[in-house]
Design a protein around this ligand. Structure first.
Ligand code: ATP
Ligand code: MG
Length: 245
């Protein structure tokens, strides 16, 4: 992958001001998400009021169907609430138009999924370099080298996902999510497809990323992993349980 053919000004590595650890990163106010209507109406989230601080390692737990993934999608600007405000560094991302919402995601958010969501026909290296490509930025190759070293992927760069173990694939997915130096890593059951030992390794990787200043918000069914986070919120039938810390 090269920068060839790109407009020079698109190749600048755009850097925004990073949130300071302990500052309020998100403020959700009266957030509601309704899917469908009539008999098919589902209130996936209701009356959600939530503050998340920069630098937090936050676990989101709750039964299947309680609204955990819906919450992550809203935090990442992948979907819009039916009602309410989602302030990110003081700005309401709900009001962004499509283009601005896409830029918000590309610049601030890294996503990690249970099933990795790697492009099977691309090598690890090509998968990891996708976010800057999508954001029309010149890949920061020094950052790329740091990230693959941090993920222990130096000898897997030219492999296809099908040639890697589940733990290695997830490390590629985390590396990809970190490529644009996001403010937040949103992880939806990142250890859900992994055995216990590999899941623990991935948790250790996420903790390391968090210690370096990235806010990590992780949906998990694994209470042992949730215990290792700074804070836990439990969602029950679309509502955040207040009593749980
Ligand atoms: N696109 C959609 N259209 C209609 N209903 C949806 C949609 N996405 C989610 N839902 C519904 O919203 C509710 C919350 O779903 P969500 O995926 O957020 O749950 P979850 O807590 O992540 O569950 P799981 O632990 O099984 O992943 C569920 O009742 C689900 O069926
Ligand atoms: Mg889910």
């Amino acid at each position: 992958m090269t920068c060839e053919g790109w407009v020079e000004q698109d190749c600048r590595y755009m850097r925004k001001e990073r949130a300071k650890v302990g500052e309020r990163l998100y403020a959700l106010r009266q957030v509601e998400k309704i899917y469908g209507e009539g008999e098919g109406r589902v209130a996936a989230l209701q009356d959600v009021n939530l503050d998340i601080m920069a630098g937090e390692l936050l676990a989101v737990i709750g039964a299947s169907g309680s609204g955990k993934s819906t919450l992550l999608h809203l935090l990442g600007g992948m979907d819009l609430p039916t009602r309410g405000e989602i302030l990110f560094q003081g700005k309401d991302i709900v009001r962004y138009g499509r283009g601005k919402q896409a830029r918000f995601r590309n610049q601030n958010i890294g996503f990690v999924f249970q099933n990795f969501k790697l492009l099977e026909e691309l090598t690890a290296r090509e998968n990891i370099l996708l976010p800057p490509l999508i954001g029309r930025k010149k890949p920061n190759l020094r950052h790329y080298q740091n990230v693959i070293a941090q993920m222990g992927l130096e000898d897997r760069q030219e492999h296809l996902p099908g040639e890697m173990s589940g733990g290695q694939r997830q490390r590629v997915a985390i590396a990809r999510a970190l490529m644009n130096e996001p403010e937040v890593l949103l992880c939806d059951e990142p250890t859900g497809n992994l055995d216990q030992k590999t899941g623990k390794e991935i948790m250790d990787v996420l903790k390391k990323v968090n210690r370096q200043g990235t806010t990590v918000i992780m949906v998990t069914h694994d209470l042992v992993l949730a215990e290792q986070c700074d804070r836990r919120i439990q969602i029950s039938d679309g509502r955040i349980k207040k009593a749980f810390t």
